[in-house]
Ligand binder design. Structure first.
Ligand code: S3P
Length: 187
């Protein structure tokens, strides 16, 4: 009973019946791509990683886009490609950690998708991001300070997700929890 209560507390405004789109949100290093891939496989849905799609379509790495163009150019690409990706049905998308700051994306997510926030404490994030090489926002900077700044800007947006999960347990636990919540909603 205790467990059921806990889970229901973390679920907000779910109306999944017509929603065939799941987006994973949260900080860099929170496990969106890893979890998203497994979840899509379990559901037999498509999987996309927004960063990978942008790299493929632009034929440039994220690092290159930031350095050769700019962050704001990257954000425009995010807006364009993520809105396009979200037209798909039966699809799971791992969204770049900063894309939630784009209001057009936020509105679309709210209306059309089931959003899942993978909430990971800063200490764990730091451990995972320490040797990061392909995240331009974390290069040549104090990663801890940077993540804290990003968290102060973004946490309030992440926490509006339909489902909030603490991503410190095993991958299997997380997937099981998500599937359980989705199944309960369908009934
Ligand atoms: C960013 C997160 C990255 C990538 C880019 C910027 C951010 O995606 O889009 O480096 O602003 O948090 P991941 O969250 O997939 O690492």
């Amino acid at each position: 009973i205790k467990k059921a209560k806990l889970i229901s507390k973390l679920i907000k405004n779910l109306n999944l019946k017509n929603k065939k789109l799941i987006v994973l949100i949260g900080h860099m290093g929170s496990g969106k791509s890893t979890i998203g891939k497994i979840l899509a496989r379990e559901l037999n849905w498509n999987f996309f990683d927004s960063d990978k799609e942008i790299e493929k379509k632009e034929n440039m790495s994220i690092n290159q886009i930031f350095t050769e163009k700019s962050e704001s150019h990257f954000r425009n690409l995010e807006k364009k490609y993520i809105i396009k990706l979200m037209q798909n049905k039966n699809t799971v998308i791992a969204l770049g950690g900063g894309s939630i700051k784009i209001s057009k994306i936020r509105k679309f997510v709210e209306k059309e998708a089931i959003s899942i926030f993978l909430k990971v404490d800063i200490k764990t994030l730091l451990k995972r991001l320490l040797n990061n090489k392909n995240r331009p926002l974390l290069i040549n900077t104090n990663i801890e300070k940077k993540i804290k700044v990003l968290d102060s800007e973004r946490y309030k947006l992440y926490r509006n997700a339909n489902i909030i999960l603490e991503n410190t347990k095993s991958k299997k636990d997380i997937i099981d929890q998500i599937l359980r919540i989705l199944n309960n909603e369908k009934r």
